[in-house]
Design a protein around this ligand. Structure first.
Ligand SMILES: *[C@@H]1O[C@H](CO)[C@@H](O)[C@H](O)[C@H]1NC(C)=O
Ligand SMILES: *[C@@H]1O[C@H](CO)[C@@H](O)[C@H](O)[C@H]1NC(C)=O
Length: 298
């Protein structure tokens, strides 16, 4: 009797164990099933990501108005400038020629080795301060460094003169000029551009223009960028509009882009989509009569 009870107990135990085994199998099957569902979901996510990336690549390749990017933001052009020669236009023939200065070679160049990022940061802070005082309501604002209304202080005056001299030396070396025959000219200004729609014609920086046509005295134009394309702002790339295509330079803080000012360098700036773009335009003439001096200590 006792034995029987033991057997029954054993039998009961056996069924329990069987049940447990079955339950275990069911659980394992379930988790295998859930596992493969997870895999499917992961696969779906991967497929969606790949599709999104493909669409993004396709959309960015639709950047069809841009033929070539001359210099990307992430590149560091140093120590030598990257130079692109272009045949000179006839614009210079309408003006008196100054040997050793008037462009005989024309072109455009970019360098990241003339102004440090630290200097560009200091200049940007000064630009922010100056432009805040100027109290413009956005779009494109400029702060003329020779308006007389400006008093940026000693720090600005010193950095500016120093940076201007180095840019001038770089232009002279690149174009084979005598640096002492180049003169700073008007207008020379800070610009701040954000995504606000321009209200005045003056703001419409995105229209193609030729510096020598707009300002007869310009012979060489330089731009010193104070913010980074892609992280401080999007849009706002500089575009050289050639007959056979549009070529861009992506702004980078501390980057100097310079070019002969004639029709050979017809250009525009893309509309800024997001963020704020700061730059300084520093222009040079060969005509001493149009020369101006650096901003002085107020
Ligand atoms: C542009 O800057 C102005 C002045 O600081 C500001 O009022 C405006 O909201 C800004 N616009 C955008 C789109 O950030
Ligand atoms: C250059 O850009 C302008 C407008 O920005 C556009 O009308 C023109 O088709 C572009 N040229 C080329 C060759 O893509």
């Amino acid at each position: 009797m006792a034995l029987l009870r033991m057997r029954t107990a054993q039998g009961a135990n056996a069924t329990e164990i069987e049940k447990k085994i079955k339950r275990g199998n069911a659980l394992r099957q379930g988790s295998a099933w859930r596992g493969s569902r997870g895999l499917a979901a992961l696969l779906a996510v991967v497929v969606v990501c790949v599709c999104a990336a493909a669409v993004w690549l396709y959309v960015s390749s639709l950047d069809s108005e841009i033929t070539e990017t001359l210099v990307r933001q992430a590149e560091l052009v140093s120590p030598r400038p990257r130079v692109y020669s272009v045949p000179c236009s006839e614009d210079y023939e309408n003006y008196k020629r100054y040997p050793g200065c008037t462009p005989l070679k024309c072109g455009r160049a970019v360098t990241d080795a003339v102004v440090t990022r630290e200097e560009s940061q200091v200049l940007k802070r000064l630009a922010e301060r100056g432009l805040a005082l100027a109290g413009s309501d956005g779009g494109a604002s400029i702060l003329d460094l020779h308006s007389g209304a400006l008093s940026m202080g000693k720090q600005f005056v010193n950095i500016y003169r120093n940076v201007r001299e180095r840019i001038q030396a770089e232009i002279a070396e690149t174009f084979g000029l005598d640096p002492t025959l180049l003169y700073l000219t008007k207008p020379t200004f800070f610009s701040r551009i954000n995504g606000t729609i321009a209200k005045t014609q003056h703001d419409e920086y995105w229209h193609p223009h030729i510096d020598k046509v707009t300002y007869g005295s310009f012979d060489y134009t330089s731009l010193l960028y104070l913010s980074d394309y892609g992280s401080d702002f999007t849009g706002g790339r500089f575009i050289f509009m050639d007959d056979n295509g549009n070529r861009t330079v992506e702004p980078r803080a501390g980057r100097v882009s310079f070019f002969s000012s004639g029709t050979e360098n017809l250009h525009r700036v893309e509309k800024v989509e997001w963020g704020t773009r700061f730059a300084i335009t520093v222009s040079f003439t060969c005509d001493p009569a149009h020369g101006i001096s650096d901003p002085a200590i107020p």
